[in-house]
Design a protein. Structure first.
Length: 280
């Protein structure tokens, strides 16, 4: 698989949408399921390591992947954090129970409790830019947004509409006692600070967990249960799943979330550049 972050392709919005539609047509299963859950799991595993197709379509998908892994470099005008999308969507969104994007395309449109309406995948990606990236979303018909959709569609080939792939979501965990941020401080110092820095500011490829360059207080990861589920299965980085107990995952998450971070400004106006009708 060739990594290619080239963005200067002579593609119009209509052509970009045609590429996404071509990927989507090979993406989801709309009829009765022809495969057992084991087959769907195999499809997810194949998609996670598949080579992108040649040509403009493959380059668009690769650009979407690169946005996920190099977000500040490629999306500087849209993000204000010191992390890429793959801080929460591990291995470019290809790790089960680690913010997996495998099969996600097939789950949209879906009801969204936060906005009290059915939303498209682009709406969900816009939320990521507003909350987790503490920034602003690219226009829905921009090359960046369409590339992200194309990449997620590529990862969702064979997924059943409305369901996606099985065994990809975060695994919910329950604490045996109320979360203890003081115990979490000790855990953070011994298990987390070598990567995320003692002050939580992050270093190298490891993201900041609090402070001005971290996700804002409207992000999904700001929910204690969400962070604990992510930490339990995926942290410390490189360790086997469930290295920490459920209680330890809650304690260290409570410590992380006890710190200051940017506030989400719900009244901020989001506007996209107007385009002539001929571009649609």
């Amino acid at each position: 698989m060739t990594r290619n972050a080239t963005v200067r392709l002579p593609l119009t919005s209509a052509t970009l949408l045609a590429v996404v539609l071509a990927v989507a047509c090979s993406t989801v299963s709309c009829g009765p399921s022809r495969r057992a859950s084991g087959g769907a799991a195999a499809d997810a595993a194949v998609n996670a390591r598949a080579t992108f197709p040649p040509g403009d379509g493959g380059r668009l998908i690769a650009y979407g992947r690169d946005i996920v892994t190099k977000t500040p470099a490629l999306m500087a005008a849209y993000v204000r954090v010191g992390m890429s999308c793959d801080a929460c969507h591990l291995d470019a969104g290809r790790k089960a129970h680690g913010g997996s994007l495998l099969g996600v395309y097939a789950k949209f449109p879906q009801w969204n409790d936060r906005s009290h309406r059915f939303i498209a995948l682009q709406d969900r990606l816009a939320e990521c830019f507003l909350y987790s990236m503490n920034g602003r979303p690219p226009a829905y018909n921009s090359r960046e947004m369409i590339a992200l959709v194309a990449y997620i569609a590529f990862l969702s080939r064979g997924a059943k509409v409305g369901r996606g792939f099985p065994d990809q979501d975060l695994i919910a965990v329950k604490s045996t006692s109320p979360p203890n941020a003081a115990k979490g401080r000790s855990l953070y110092q011994t298990r987390c600070s070598s990567c995320h820095a003692p002050d939580g500011a992050g270093q190298g490829t490891f993201p900041p967990l609090w402070g001005p360059k971290s996700f804002n207080d409207g992000a999904g990861m700001h929910r204690l249960g969400t962070m604990a589920a992510f930490v339990r299965y995926n942290m410390p980085y490189g360790a086997p799943p469930n290295t920490l107990s459920a209680q330890e995952a809650y304690d260290v998450s409570a410590f992380v979330l006890s710190h200051a971070r940017p506030a989400f400004v719900a009244t901020r106006a989001i506007r996209f550049p107007a385009e002539p009708a001929k571009d649609f």
